[in-house]
Ligand binder design. Structure first.
Ligand code: NIG
Ligand code: FE
Length: 394
C-alpha cells in the first residue's frame, strides 16, 4: 500500500541533503509513504504515482513531534498547587506525594484511561513519539504496573522509581535506594527501556549525586539505558553525572555552571530543555543559547505531568523556546523533532528522509514559522495515513 501526499507548501525533512538548510526544507513538495515508511520525498512535479492520494491543501508538513520526556501514568489533580505557585509558592517536588497517593489508589482501568486520553491529546497536536515514565507508584507493584501500562502505548518506557523518597521511607533514603536498585528494578526492568532519577540535592524529596549514581549504575547493570532529571532547581551534580555515565539525555538543565556546559559539549548526552516547566513554575528559563553556542545537542519536550507542567503541547514548548529562550524558530522545531529523537537514540523518527517512519504532522499554516508566530493556536495535528500504526513501535 502506498500513499502520495501532495499540496505541501513547505516540507521539513530535517535532512540538509534532501532540502535546504538544517531543516532540509523543500517547497511545493510531495511525500510518498509505503507500508508506514517514507519511500520518497521531493518537489511535487517530480513525484511518482501511488495507490492513494492525500492533498493537504497548501499546508506545511513536518516530522511528527518527538516528546522525549513525559509522566503520563498518574491519577489526581494538582490545580490548587499550580494556583498557589502563581501566587508566589515555590516548586520543590513536595507535591509529588499527593499524586503518588492518588495513583496508588487508582484502578488499572482508571490509570489506563487517563494515559490513553493524554496520548490521544498529544497525537491530536502532532506528537507521534512519546516517552512515558513511571514514578508515581514508588512500590514494587505500583511501579511495575505503571510500566506495564506505559508499554501498551510506547516502546519508550522509563523506570523512575527514584522520583522522590515516598512517605513510608521518610528519613531512610538508603533503604529506599536499596528497594529501587533491588526488587523494584528487578520487577520493572522487563517493562522498561530506560532508567531515570530525580537528581536534585536542593530538594528535600529527591536524590543526591551518590544516590543517583547508585540508581543509574544498577539500572545499567540490569540492561537499561540512562536518562537523568538534572539541574532543575539548582546547579547540582546531575548533568555531570549524566555525561560521565553516558546517559542519552540530561533533562531540565535549568541551572548550569560553565563546567556543566563544557561537560555536555564534550560528551554525547543531549540537553533536553522543558520550558513548559519554567512557565508553570514561574522560574528562570534555561540558557539555550549558551548550550547551542557550545555545540551541545538540544532537545525540547513537554515534561507533561500533573505537578510542574501539565501541558501536552509540543507546539507550545516551541513557542516558549523561541520567545523565552531566544532559539530561532528553526532551532526550536529541530529540537522538538530531531532533537527528541537524539534524546531517545532513535534514528527512525524525527526526520522525513526515505526510510523514516511515516510520522508526519501537518500544520494549518504555510510554514513551520507559524508554530511560534501563532502561539496557543492549535495548528499542528498528526496526519492520519492509511495502514500506519498509532505510535512508534521499535
Ligand atoms: O520533571 N522534577 C521531577 N519530576 C517532574 C515533576 C513531577 C511532579 O511534580 O509531579 C518534573 O518536573
Ligand atoms: Fe520530568
Amino acid at each position: 500500500m502506498s500513499t502520495l501526499v501532495t499540496g505541501i507548501a513547505e516540507l521539513v525533512t530535517n535532512d540538509g541533503t534532501v532540502g535546504d538548510g538544517p531543516l532540509g526544507l523543500v517547497a511545493d513538495a510531495a511525500v510518498v509513504v509505503e507500508d508506514g515508511v517514507v519511500a520518497w520525498v521531493g518537489p511535487a512535479h517530480a513525484a511518482p504515482d501511488a495507490d492513494a492520494r492525500i492533498d493537504v491543501g497548501g499546508r506545511a508538513v513536518i516530522p511528527g513531534f518527538v516528546d522525549s520526556h513525559a509522566h503520563l501514568v498518574f491519577s489526581g489533580d494538582r490545580a490548587a498547587e499550580f494556583e498557589a505557585r502563581m501566587s508566589g509558592e515555590r516548586y520543590d517536588g513536595g507535591g509529588i506525594a499527593s499524586t503518588v497517593a492518588a495513583t496508588r489508589a487508582a484502578s488499572d482501568e482508571t490509570l489506563r484511561a487517563r494515559l490513553r486520553a493524554l496520548v490521544t491529546e498529544m497525537r491530536a497536536q502532532g506528537t507521534t513519539t512519546v516517552e512515558v515514565k513511571s514514578g508515581y507508584g514508588l512500590t514494587v507493584e505500583d511501579e511495575a504496573r505503571a510500566l506495564r501500562l506505559a508499554a501498551e502505548i510506547t516502546p519508550e518506557t522509563t523506570f523512575l522509581g527514584a522520583h522522590v523518597v515516598p512517605a513510608e521511607y521518610s528519613g531512610r533514603v538508603d533503604d529506599y535506594i536499596g528497594l529501587v536498585t533491588g526488587p523494584m528494578l528487578a520487577a520493572c526492568a522487563p517493562h522498561a527501556r530506560w532508567i531515570d532519577v530525580f537528581c536534585e540535592p536542593a530538594s528535600a524529596h529527591a536524590f543526591d549525586g551518590d544516590a543517583a549514581r547508585a540508581v543509574l549504575e544498577a539500572g545499567r547493570a540490569a540492561g537499561l539505558e540512562l536518562r537523568v532529571h538534572a539541574n532543575q532547581l539548582s546547579a547540582g551534580p546531575g548533568v555531570r553525572l549524566a555525561v560521565e555515565l553516558g546517559a542519552a539525555s540530561a533533562d531540565h538543565c535549568t541551572h548550569l555552571t560553565d563546567a556543566d556546559v563544557d561537560a555536555l559539549a564534550g560528551g554525547s548526552t543531549v540537553a533536553t530543555l522543558l520550558p513548559g516547566v519554567e512557565f508553570s513554575t514561574r522560574s528562570p528559563y534555561p540558557d539555550a543559547r549558551g548550550l547551542l553556542a557550545a555545540g551541545v545537542t538540544v532537545a525540547l519536550a513537554t515534561d507533561c505531568n500533573p505537578g510542574s507542567c501539565f501541558t501536552s503541547s509540543m507546539a507550545f514548548c516551541v513557542a516558549l523556546a523561541v520567545r523565552e529562550m531566544a532559539m530561532t524558530p528553526a532551532e526550536a522545531l529541530w529540537a522538538a523533532t530531531a532533537g527528541g529523537a537524539a534524546a531517545l537514540r532513535r534514528s527512525d523518527v524525527g526526520h522525513l528522509r526515505p526510510g523514516a517512519r511515516a510520522h508526519l504532522a501537518v500544520l494549518d499554516a504555510p510554514s513551520y514559522r507559524h508554530l511560534a508566530y501563532r502561539p496557543g493556536v492549535p495548528l499542528a495535528r498528526t496526519l492520519e495515513l492509511p495502514a500506519t500504526e498509532a505510535l512508534s513501535r521499535p
